[in-house]
Ligand binder design. Structure first.
Ligand code: CP
Length: 315
């Protein structure tokens, strides 16, 4: 069975195949007749144990535009709220005859664990602070449409890196595509062990956003995840914005035309100002739109029988 649990599951050829198919899906997205018959007769379940606006609805739209039947199940309205275990929940929905499972969970490693329990494709839609592979794919796809090849391009990623699965998937995906990445965070939100990891994975780290911004070909702002901070939020919100927010003044440090990304949901006024979020070079809504096309592509490659992902298969 083939899965998408991590960017580690993909080589550069497979990423490029996903982008090529996504570009075709993007064309479908623009036309009046949006449905393709590729997944007719297949059933996909979106199993979400954490809240979501973009990922869940775009997986639903993506599945429906490929003619799959899509079921949404949230932990809040399911028997998980009565204490049913993750394993029993997953085995129960799989026993109904699904063909694919999209899962979001607060525990890092949950998607991989689920993939060991069932023999239908599992797509990780975000697991704790571990990975969010389809987000990284749609971010890189958005960047390639804007910048062309990412080989040698300098992408600056800024924010709450400690808690960010988007950062972890993105550094892997961008490295595979040849981008040069600098990550910026306050010392308190820089992950433990980042210096060894950055040497191994080939990205740079900085605490000085103002020094890095003029050298960026793209800037990706990441959300401050206050819901994952048990011990309060240090630095304070105001200190964070002053040093690390993409404020109106800081926009002036960017070269003209540099795209501004944010995976959403945005904390306007904290990590990103309204001036930046709504700037002419903001591609935040392009990312959302690309999310449908990329997820159509991923569903197609995993469920329509194309041998694009995990060639050779996982047990
Ligand atoms: N970017 C992202 O994963 O957004 P949602 O939490 O709304 O799905």
């Amino acid at each position: 069975t083939r899965h998408l649990l991590s960017i580690d599951d993909l080589d550069v050829t497979q990423i490029e195949e996903i982008f090529t198919t996504a570009a075709q899906m993007h064309d479908v997205q623009r036309r009046e007749v949006k449905k393709l018959p590729a997944l007719r007769g297949r059933t996909v379940i979106n199993l979400f144990f954490e809240d979501s606006t973009r990922t869940r609805s775009s997986f639903e739209i993506a599945g429906k535009w490929l003619s799959a039947d899509v079921i949404n199940l949230s932990a809040k309205g399911s028997s998980a709220s009565k204490g049913e275990s993750l394993r029993d929940t997953v085995l129960t929905v799989t026993a109904m005859g699904i063909d694919g499972l999209v899962v979001r969970h607060s525990a890092s490693g949950a998607a991989e664990q689920i993939s060991r329990w069932i023999d239908v494709p599992v797509i990780n839609a975000g697991d704790g602070t571990h990975e969010h592979p389809t987000q990284a794919l749609l971010d890189s796809y958005t960047l390639t449409r804007r910048l062309g090849s990412l080989d040698g391009k300098h992408v600056v990623m800024v924010g709450d890196l400690t808690h960010s699965r988007v950062f972890r998937s993105n550094v892997k995906c961008l490295a595979k595509l040849g981008a040069q990445v600098t990550v910026v965070a306050p010392p308190t939100l820089m992950p433990a062990g980042v210096s060894d990891w950055s040497k191994e994975a080939g990205f740079a780290t900085s605490y000085d956003l103002d020094r890095v911004l003029p050298e960026a070909d793209a800037v990706m702002m990441l959300r401050v995840q206050r819901e994952r901070m048990s011990g309060g939020f240090f630095p304070t919100a105001r200190e964070y914005t002053v040093r690390y927010g993409l404020t109106r003044d800081r926009l002036g440090l960017l070269q003209p035309g540099v795209p501004i990304l944010h995976p959403g949901p945005m904390n306007r006024g904290l990590e990103i100002s309204a001036d930046a979020a709504d700037a002419v070079d903001s591609v935040v809504l392009d990312q959302v739109s690309a999310g449908v096309a990329v997820r159509m592509s991923v569903l197609y490659h995993l469920l329509a029988g194309e041998p694009a992902l995990n060639e050779g298969g996982q047990a």
